[in-house]
Design a protein around this ligand. Structure first.
Ligand code: GRF
Length: 207
């Protein structure tokens, strides 16, 4: 079985989308072996419990400094022996020590069409506010491998979503989740689990 670990910060609708596609057999030969949240009391933890998935909290505020949190997160991840780590609305910058150890085995969902509205400071509703302020007619979501930069790793899947008249950051966020994120994140997991998508270091791509 392909072992998937999901990292979350909040409500966990993207986590739920992956759980549902594993349970209905769309994602084959795959087990969600655990969920790690950086926040206590979030609904993602209940979703994991309801699905019978081990879940735990590793929160920065429970550690004296950032480097001890980073080490705890790496140790927590290691316990699950994951083949793939999915950042599903995970709002913590992934520590360098995690990226080095799991290069090519971490993916992230970002709620815009990268390279628009991404990078430092573009998270949550800020992404959609910036898109509306710029007046784009199309936005969407992107699944990409995680590298040392912010939203800079190789792109796996993207899906476009139209902006509608009268959209607010909240309505646009919701439509992008429903029409794009919940579709392409499980699909990316499936493509990697089946070996149809393989990570190549950016330098390899020129070969
Ligand atoms: C999604 O919009 C995701 O793209 C962003 O945070 C949100 C997470 O939502 N990074 P959820 O926790 O999966 O419901």
């Amino acid at each position: 079985m392909f072992r998937v670990l999901v990292l979350v910060s909040g409500g966990g609708t993207n986590l739920q989308a992956i759980i549902d596609r594993v349970n209905d057999g769309t994602i084959k030969d795959t087990e969600i072996v655990g969920v790690i949240s950086n926040n206590h009391g979030v609904y993602s933890l209940e979703r994991a419990a309801a699905a019978g998935i081990k879940a735990e909290v590793i929160a920065p505020k429970d550690y004296p400094d950032r480097s001890s949190f980073n080490r705890a997160l790496l140790a927590g991840i290691d316990e699950y022996k994951p083949d793939l780590i999915v950042l599903a609305g995970f709002l913590v910058v992934v520590p360098e020590i995690v990226i080095q150890k799991y290069e090519g085995k971490i993916i992230n969902i970002h709620p815009s069409l990268i390279p628009s509205f991404c990078g430092t400071g573009y998270y949550g509703l800020r992404v959609h506010k910036a898109a509306l302020e710029r007046g784009v007619k199309v936005s969407g979501a992107t699944v990409h491998f995680v590298d040392a930069g912010t939203d800079t790793g190789p792109i796996i899947l993207q899906k476009a979503v139209y902006v509608e008249d009268g959209d607010t950051p909240e309505t646009l966020q919701r439509r992008i989740m429903e029409e794009a994120e919940w579709e392409i994140l499980p699909k990316a997991v499936s493509l990697i689990a089946s070996g149809e998508v393989v990570y190549k270091k950016p330098t390899d791509m020129r070969n």
